[in-house]
Structures are given as structure tokens and as C-alpha cells.
Design a protein around this ligand. Structure first.
Ligand code: GTP
Ligand code: MG
Length: 332
């Protein structure tokens, strides 16, 4: 995914089809003087149906199409022929989609499974044709039922992102690069600071079709709380995340100090952010040879207050272990 296409809230209008009218018809044929009633039933109106689709990650398609209308049932006709049902409309939504009634704001249902189908607007029933109403005393009923109307409702779709990881780091730490190697997101990457100006979200596909969302945000610098760099306005994008993943490059002068600065900026923005679980990755660790790594490890084991791991996005080192670790943190 690229910048700006993560849609997690849309307002829609849906309406189902009305049922077709039953037919009022009397059989007519040469030489048969009094044919009986033979009007067929009307068809059912089409439903509007929500369907879970595990290949979808956002409500993006609903940004452009806001009205969903199912087909009307056809009317019944002579010779007891039933009208065709109105066409159903399927709305594919990502798993974790909550459907609300816009008027009451109440949750109508939530779609959680792939292939799960729920009717959001039920099609009207077809009316019964006049032959159903034939009785001993009324052999030629001149009456047939109309179809019942469809339903119409204003709804809100909300996508609840189930588990998130937010990337936190100085500019140029390699956040966007990491996102690009663990997800199919294609954020802009460059060798200068503040390459990322808007948050990017990527879906990290994990063993056995599991997945989680990772948010890449602009870099943070000391003084962000006072508006330095890009400020900290965009930190709201990681407020929802359950795990904060700090990236500090292996060639940083003082890793512990960078960590403290980052933490302090987060705290100034919103102290509650510090209640989240934290994990550190030492990024660009392909720049370290084994000896340097061992030395650094001995030092970090003593100085870093939270768990950490060496990762290289470029050399693809430590990525699987990182995903395992994050998955564990998200699900514990
Ligand atoms: N050697 C090495 N370089 C890396 C690695 N990951 C990223 N880089 C380089 O570091 C530079 C910055 O990478 P980005 O991913 O754009 O960094 P960022 O943290 O998103 O930067 P901002 O968006 O400015 O905050 C680029 O030149 C990358 O090629 C890595 O694993 N190893
Ligand atoms: Mg970036």
C-alpha cells in the first residue's frame, strides 16, 4: 500500500429490492369457457449481503461507491409462473469490519470470518398469485398479493485493525525500508531525513495466513514536542498501536541515548503511549561484522532497558525472528 489509501471508516446507503407482485390472472383458452385463476407469485426482492473476504485490508473500494441497491423481484404472470428473484448484491469487506446503523450508531454485526455472509438489507417477499386464493366459494378470485417493500438503511462501516505495530525512530533510521521488506507496502525510501511525510501502513503477512498491521511514521527528533522536525502531530497514528517498535541504527553514536530521546518525545506527546509494549531493533546491522556485533551486544545487554534484536532489512537478516517476536507480543 502506498500513502493515503488506508480507509477504515465509510458511510454508505444500502437498499434491498422489493418483492414482485403476485399475478391476478384467469386462464383463458378457446373452448374452455371458465378457466380458473392461474396468476403466479412474484419473485423475492434481492438482498444486500456483506461477505467477509480475507484478501481485503481496507474499505478503500467503498470510498468511491456509496450506494448499493439490490434488484427488485419480478411480477408473477399467467400459467402460475413465478417471477424471477431480484439480483442480490454482495459487498465484500475485510475481516474485522463492524457494521453500524447510522441513525442509532448501534452495531448491527461484525464480519470476522472469510466467506461469512450476513444480510444487511433483506429483499421484500414476492406476493402470492391469485390461484392460491381459490376457495370453494370463490372459484375466480380477482385478488393477488402485492410484494412487500425492500429495506433501506444508512450504515457505517468501520474497520477495526486488530493488532498494530508502530515504528518509532529518528529520521533515516530505516523505518520505511523495514516496512517495505516485511509487507507489500511501497513507501518512499531515501538517504535523507524526513523522507516519510505521511504515515504508511502495511500488512505483514505471517506464517499460516496470519497477519498484522505495521505503521511507518515520519522520523522523530529531539524537540519534536516543541515543533522541531515535523513535530509530533503524526504520533496520533501510533496511539492505537499495541506495540511500539523502536528502530535505532547500528551506527548510532549512542544507542541508549537515542532510545531515551525517543521515549521522552513520546512521553511529552502523550504519557499514556508509554503504557504500550516496547521492543527495540538495532537496524542496518549488516554494517556490523561479527566482532563488532558481539562487542555491541555485550554493551546493549547491560544498557538497554527493554528487549532488542539485530535486524538488517537490506541483508534480510532477523526478519522472521522479528515477526515471530512481534506476533508473540501482540497475542500475549
Ligand atoms: N545498510 C543498510 N542501510 C539501510 C537499511 N535499511 C535502510 N537503509 C538505508 O537507510 C536510509 C534511510 O532509510 P529509510 O527507510 O528511508 O529511513 P526512514 O527511517 O524511513 O527515514 P525517514 O522517513 O526520513 O524518517 C536509506 O538510504 C536506506 O537505504 C539496512 O538494513 N542496511
Ligand atoms: Mg521513512
Amino acid at each position: 500500500m502506498t500513502e493515503g489509501n488506508f480507509v477504515d471508516y465509510v458511510k454508505l446507503h444500502v437498499s434491498s429490492g422489493k418483492g414482485g407482485k403476485g399475478s391476478m390472472h384467469l386462464h383463458r383458452e378457446k373452448f374452455i369457457e371458465k378457466g380458473g385463476p392461474d396468476g403466479g407469485d412474484g419473485g423475492r426482492g434481492g438482498h444486500v449481503i456483506m461477505r467477509g473476504n480475507s484478501n481485503l485490508w481496507t474499505l478503500y473500494t467503498y470510498k468511491f461507491k456509496r450506494h448499493f441497491r439490490a434488484g427488485h423481484g419480478e411480477h408473477g404472470s399467467k400459467s402460475r409462473s413465478t417471477g424471477a428473484d431480484g439480483a442480490d448484491v454482495y459487498m465484500d469487506v475485510p475481516l474485522g469490519t463492524i457494521v453500524r446503523d447510522r441513525e442509532t450508531n448501534e452495531i448491527i454485526f461484525e464480519i470476522t470470518e472469510d466467506g461469512e455472509e450476513r444480510i444487511i438489507a433483506k429483499g421484500g417477499m414476492g406476493g402470492r398469485g391469485n390461484w392460491h386464493f381459490k376457495t370453494p366459494t370463490n372459484q375466480t378470485p380477482r385478488y393477488a398479493q402485492p410484494g412487500t417493500p425492500g429495506e433501506e438503511i444508512d450504515i457505517i462501516l468501520e474497520l477495526k485493525v486488530l493488532a498494530d505495530v508502530g515504528l518509532v525512530g529518528f529520521p533515516n533510521a530505516g523505518k520505511s525500508t523495514l516496512l517495505s521488506v516485511v509487507s507489500s507496502a511501497k513507501p518512499k525510501i531515501a538517504d535523507y531525513e524526513f523522507t516519510t511525510l505521511k504515515p504508511n501502513l502495511g500488512i505483514v503477512e505471517y506464517r499460516d495466513f496470519k497477519s498484522f498491521v505495521m505503521a511507518d511514521i515520519p522520523g522523530i527528533i529531539e524537540g519534536a514536542a516543541e515543533g522541531k522536525g515535523l513535530g509530533h502531530y503524526f504520533l496520533r497514528h501510533i496511539e492505537r498501536n499495541s506495540v511500539l517498535l523502536f528502530l535505532i541504527p547500528a551506527d548510532a553514536d549512542d544507542i541508549r541515548k537515542q532510545y531515551d530521546i525517543l521515549l521522552d518525545e513520546l512521553k511529552r506527546y502523550n504519557p499514556e503511549i508509554l503504557d504500550k509494549e516496547r521492543f527495540i531493533i538495532i537496524s542496518k546491522s549488516d554494517m556490523l561484522d561479527e566482532e563488532l556485533k558481539a562487542e555491541l551486544k555485550a554493551e546493549l545487554d547491560k544498557t538497554l532497558p527493554v528487549d532488542y534484536m539485530f535486524v538488517s532489512s537490506v541483508a534480510q537478516q532477523g526478519l522472521t525472528e522479528l515477526k515471530d517476536k512481534l506476533w508473540k507480543m501482540l497475542n500475549d
